[in-house]
Design a binder for this molecule. Structure first.
Ligand code: SAM
Length: 284
């Protein structure tokens, strides 16, 4: 009997011959994991640049590049606090999170706790556990600032201690800030690469508060457009991801733009996936 060995189909990342050094530790609504092949192709050759990511979320591109010099930032201060703790204590955070049983009781018991009352290791472990087990990797808080996402059905396991350790090494080269994207403009210089991946807002979109009440919206697109002009005037490089909607046309027309079909959840709390068109805009 002859054994037929079929060649394994290469993954999209293998197809572009790029192997990310590590991956994100978190699940995140709007993560750019699927777009990594196109993003990595776009930034190839700029690996030595300082890397700035003002809407970092789970940092799909950041962790794939593992830049030596970076600034990562996000409006979500609990997220950025998590990264600071993981950078310093990856193994301790991993061990605490792994010790929690994955049960409905434990999920809701941890969700009830006020993060301010926890030590920093427990706080980071709680963040990781809730993120890996919540619905669709959404981070949403109620009016009192309490995380209120229900437990998901298809949840992710906690990454291994070794994986979290590798992520902490990637974070060592990064300055970790929190706040509005505009804060990062001051890092603009000729050998800097910015990657902008704001929440996709457009007319008629139902806001479910997945990134908080102060989250980026249509009103901020002009501010983003002005920032891009300044970056370009200072010879910095940038890439922007957005959904292909009318609101992005002024930015799209001004720079180079590639349209990419992507399968995404139609809304954060939806189970259905639909192919939408996203754009990758760059000044190089
Ligand atoms: C689409 S997600 C980024 C996903 C990320 N690229 C990844 O691969 O996981 C958008 C992020 O922008 C953050 N955000 C929302 N409004 C912001 C603002 N005005 N300034 C900075 N970050 C903001 C959200 O907290 C969220 O983490």
């Amino acid at each position: 009997m002859t054994n037929i060995v079929r060649p394994m189909k290469p993954s999209p990342l293998q197809q572009v011959k790029i192997r990310p050094w590590t991956g994100p530790i978190l699940r995140w609504a709007g993560s750019k994991r699927q777009l990594l092949p196109q993003l990595l192709k776009q930034v190839r050759g700029l690996e030595g640049h300082r890397y700035v990511e003002p809407f970092v979320g789970s940092g799909s591109l950041f962790f794939a590049l593992k830049p030596e010099r970076a600034v990562i930032s996000d409006l979500n201060s609990e997220l950025m606090r998590f990264y600071r703790t993981v950078r310093k204590h990856p193994r301790k955070v991993a061990r605490i999170a792994h010790a929690y049983p994955v049960t409905i009781q434990k999920y809701y018991a941890l969700r009830e706790l006020s993060p301010d009352k926890l030590g920093k290791l427990e706080r980071a472990a709680r963040f990781l556990y809730l993120n890996r087990n919540c619905f669709n990797g959404i981070y949403r808080e109620n009016r009192n600032g309490q995380f209120n996402v229900p437990m998901g059905k298809r949840t992710g396991s906690i990454p291994s201690e070794a994986f979290i350790y590798r992520a902490s090494i990637a974070l060592r080269g990064a300055q970790i800030l929190d706040g509005d994207f505009g804060l990062t403009e001051k890092y603009c210089s000729s050998s800097t690469l910015f990657y902008f991946d704001p929440p996709y807002d457009y007319t008629g979109r139902r806001n479910r508060g997945e990134y908080g009440p102060k989250s980026f919206g249509i009103k901020d697109l002009e501010r983003l457009a002005n920032m891009l002009e300044k970056l370009d005037a200072n010879n910095a490089k940038f890439v922007v991801s957005y959904i292909n909607v009318d609101e992005i046309v002024p930015i799209k027309k001004r720079w180079n733009c590639l349209e990419i079909p992507v399968k995404r959840q139609i809304a954060s709390f939806s189970k259905h996936r639909k192919t939408i068109k996203e754009v990758m805009i760059a000044n190089f």
